[in-house]
Design a protein around this ligand. Sequence first.
Ligand code: SF4
Length: 487
Amino acid sequence: MAVSAYPCRDADREARSVRCAGARPRALVRAVAAGSPADDAGFEPGCYVTSVGGLPVRDLIDWRWLTADDAVELGYVDLDGDAGTVELVREPGEEWGFEFDGVVFDGVRQCRNACTFCFMRQLPDGARPSLTLRDDDYRLSFLSGTFVTFTNLDADDEARIVEQRISPLRCSLHASDPDVRRDMIGRHAQHGIDALERLLEAGIEFHAQIVLVPGQNDGAVLVDTLEWAYARPGILDVCIVPLGFTKHQNAFDRSFDSSEAARAVIDLVEPYRRRALAERGSMWAFPADEFYARAFGPALLDNLPSAETYGDFGMFEDGVGIIRSFVDDWRAAEDAGSVERAARALRAAGARIRYVTGEATLHFLEPLVAQSPLSGLFEPLFVKNDYFGGNVDVTGLLCGCDIARAVRALRGSSAGRVRELFVVPRIVFNDDAVTLDDMSLEDMEKRAGAPLYVVSCNASDYLLEIIDLVGRIAQAPDRTNGSYYAR
Ligand code: SF4
């Protein structure tokens, strides 16, 4: 499954690598480093690598495994479609010089589950195919950090994982109780748990995820699941994320939304964190940021776990520690003087920033700004996610249509007293520079009726970009449209 029950931006790239089952794998060369062994051998973008030492290359793991030596024989197909083999040699420590398109070359493994909470089944009609791709591929788990169920592993897969030490992997655990797990993810649930147990026995390690669904795997079921996981030291840590649901379904209408419900989860997990800290030196169990935001609301900044408790922030992509990281980055920007300098620049230019953000940032971004010199000069524009609806409120899932609507409603509201600058964090765009609803920046600007400026996601970066932006606009005050990408 994709990360955190939400669509993963990597899916856009990997969706292109879905190929016919049974087709002989081949790795499309996207770029070749100048002067590298690949370059010397005549490889060019558009060629394919088809084998190493006569063995197929199914994915990047195979590639790394099979090319560990400093002399290899590669099978290829060139730009004319001609096949052949070539010897490559490199100096010790030298890279081969290939950049491939994607990380799996024989097609992404599809999911065979029927999770009640699957986000991909809750998308609006017309969502682009890469968003509806329901992958469940252990290679992507290792290479890209997606969580998988192991319900589609066969004996060869397990043997390969052990032989190539494909570890740690990320496991969608959800519940240790077989009946609850079956109810949640479908009839192959036990196959996945059995595979997990065998791989643990063989020394493979795991990061586990629990998508917490009210009334299904919370409360006593969660206690049992945490006990089960803690008893297996190969499960390195566990994150607990709340069910995400959209308006395009009718099975769910709540997900630990109240302060009491969110607090109950934190309180239930806390003893495991303390025990793990004492016995293993890390917190081990990590409730996602949403639980803290909902539990503490306006008092969030006073109740957020410290950076130290997040260790290496290994669950960051799953929504664990993002708020702490953002807050600490903002404080660092204050210490470095960037907040003060941005305030001075905006005041001098008679400008005000409207910073597009998801409603999930309300309880930390608003107080940070209000307590800073940017108060009144930098105003978060909390955009309601109407495209997905439900409880989807993070910035990374904002869509172009909602951003454009929010900007359009505000543009010109300052009646000429100050110049409003609408800035959008880059995270709302994928690698192809379109939003989740396939809008480009230019599309959004047209619909919003105002120029939009794309900036980085961290305050320490985007405040410097805003200072630069204000300076540029001061030099070209007549600029009324067009797009500006911060460096
Ligand atoms: S059905 Fe379950 S495992 Fe499959 S993609 Fe959806 S959430 Fe992931």
